[in-house]
Every structure is written in structure tokens, then in C-alpha cells.
Design a protein around this ligand. Sequence first.
Ligand code: HMG
Ligand code: MG
Length: 298
Amino acid sequence: KLPSSVQVKEVGPRDGLQNEKTLINTNDKIELIDRLSETGLNYIEVTSFVHPKWIPQLADAVEVLKGIKRKKGITYGALVPNSKGLERAIEADIDEVSIFMSASEGHNKANINKSIVETYPVLKEVAEGALAAGKTVRGYISTVIACPYDGLVSPVQVARVAEKLFEMGVSEISLGDTIGVGVPTQVDALLEEMTRHFNTDQLAMHFHDTRGMALANVMASLAHGIQKFDSSIGGLGGCPYAHGASGNVATEDLLYLLEGMGIQTGIQQEKIVQTALYVEEKLGKPLHSKLVAVARGE
Ligand code: HMG
Ligand code: MG
């Protein structure tokens, strides 16, 4: 039985833009987020407080957060890799802090320059500091199906990392198929293991659509009772430290699927499509989502 409602978490301003070479003006990012705030979304990941050398596109994180019009009822979140990032996130008065790491050593090292064991105390400090500052904390686990460096990742390993993050006080964990390699049977195996340890409301799914499997994987997740999905406007997205990581599942395509099946999201699909067209104009290149192509009349 499918859930009657789903929460869609928009990660476009962060995951979507972090992989874009063309630097977007701070004001255009603010405009994008303000437009997203008018679509009915109740969660927007707006930026990252990572090292600007590692992700130059998001070097203006503090300015972006200070510039947006915060709408009541919306949680504005950002990635925070360490205490230095947390200082900046608190200065910017973020609502929710997302800590992140990978289930595999290879990607963890490439992405945040540490082994898995070295990462835990760093993230613990961030989580404790964020909770003490009155923030909620979300956890991300990357490479939950496979790693671009180490190959297949076992569900047991993902559950082990999740356990550590929950011990740090995260309220939910988003499971990322970072390089978009998974197929529904693998998602099934992963969620079978995860739901042995955790409730479905503690889990969100974060699919990249590199091989066109994202919506199929959403279906597999819905069948397990998952009710939270991350997506990116226009299907933007990707991790610069994972070769082959292309866009996230597009928010508008995800909404089309959910709404068509009678699953409530509270988000206005048409406004998301219009906002995607705005992003397309700012990036000066066509976006990949199916609904944007339909809107263009293709
Ligand atoms: P590092 O070089 O090992 O950092 O990077 P460090 O701790 O050795 O510090 C070196 C210098 O950087 C120091 O300055 C720090 O102060 C400074 P110095 O003393 O030399 O002058 N520094 C910072 N400055 C500003 N903000 C900070 C910060 N931290 C240190 N936060 C680090 C380690 C984690 C910082 C780096 O590797 C990094 O920023 N990585 C982020 C990479 C990233 O953003 N990847 C994409 C996001 S993850 C993703 O996309 C996956 C996801 O979507 C889910 C999925 O799809 O699977 C979430
Ligand atoms: Mg991602």
C-alpha cells in the first residue's frame, strides 16, 4: 500500500548548484530560493558551509542565507562538514544542520578528506554544537548502493554508519545513491536491512538519476513505506568528488509521479516547473527534467 502523503525536500540550491561550473550570482541564488519558498515546499536545502576551495559555487553561503526571505513553515537547511562550517552556519542562523559522510572509505576520503573512523568525532562535535545552538540535525549517508572508488556497498555497512549518526542525535538520515547506479532490487535489499533497525519516518531517500533509475527507485522506496524524498529542481545536481554523479531526481518529475498516483505533497507542480525555467535561463543551458522538456513544447 502506498503512503497517502510524502514530504519532498528540495536540494537544488545546494546539490543542484554545487556541481555547476558557471558561478551564479548571489542575488540570483536568493531569487531562486525565494521563488522556491512560494511553491508550497516546506523544506529547502539552501547551501553548504564547506570549504570554499572545495566548492567555490557555494562560497557565498552566509550572504545567501542572510539575503533570502524566510517563509514561516519552511525549514531552511545546509550541509556542515565540521566545526568551522558550524560557526558560519550559526552566524547565518540556519534552521537545520546536515552532517554528511559516506558508507564507503573511497568516497568519504575523496569528498571530505578523512577515513570513516576519523570522520565520526568531527561530525559528533558538529551535531552536539548544532543541537546546543537549538538547531535540528539531519544526517546524510552517501554511496549507499555503490561507491565510484570501492564498488558495491553492503546494506549492513550502511546500517552501521546510520547507527553512529543516530547516536549523535540526528533526527533522520537521507540515504544517497550518489552516482545513480542502483536498481529497485538493490533499494529493496537496502531498505529491508534499514527497516530492521530504524523506523521509516527516520529515513529519507536521495536518488541521483545518472542512469534513469531514480523514479523506479522511488517506487521501490514507497513500497517500503518511505515518505521523504530529496529532489532537485530541473534535475540539477551531482557531487564533484564522485565521478559519474549527475543530477538528482527532478522535483517536478517526482511531483508528477506522486500526484498522478494520488499522493499528497502540498507543492504546486506548475510553480516548480516555472522556477526550473528560471534556473535554466540563469545557467544558460537546457535542464534535463522531463517536465521542463514538456513545458518547452518538446
Ligand atoms: P580539509 O582540507 O581536510 O580541512 O578539508 P582541514 O580541516 O584540514 O582545514 C584546512 C583549512 O580549511 C583550514 O584553514 C580551515 O580553517 C579551513 P587554514 O587553517 O589552513 O587557513 N576550513 C574551512 N573553511 C571554511 N569552511 C569550512 C572549513 N573547514 C576547514 N567548513 C573539508 C575538509 C571537509 C572541509 C573539505 O573536504 C570539504 O569542504 N569537503 C566538502 C566537499 C563537498 O561539499 N562535497 C559535496 C557535498 S556531499 C554530496 O554532494 C553528497 C550528498 O548530496 C548525498 C549523496 O548524493 O550521496 C549530500
Ligand atoms: Mg547528492
